[in-house]
Design a protein. Structure first.
Length: 86
């Protein structure tokens, strides 16, 4: 495997929203607890792997949000008269 020379360290993806869900994933950066705790001791290849995982997590979250929106079937642009609801 070719070794790529890194000119700059990979920056920490933390955005300062340090709150975790029940599974331990941060709402801000989408890293797991071990990924957050071990970030400073990781080499650049390990950090790139974590960044790839974050991208996958973001895509899954967006897919879930889209599915939920499709299930609701609401058109929020449509004006509904209150009398039509009852």
């Amino acid at each position: 495997m070719n070794q790529q020379f890194e000119l700059f360290d990979i920056t920490n993806p933390c955005i300062g929203v340090c709150t975790s869900n029940k599974k331990g994933y941060c709402f801000g950066c989408l890293r797991s607890r071990p990924e957050r705790q071990l970030w400073l001791s990781m080499n650049n290849e390990q950090r790139r792997d974590v960044l790839r995982l974050i991208v996958g997590r973001k895509q899954r979250i967006e897919q879930i949000r889209q599915r939920k929106g499709e299930q609701l079937g609401f058109d929020f642009e449509e004006v509904v008269e209150i009398g039509d609801l009852f």
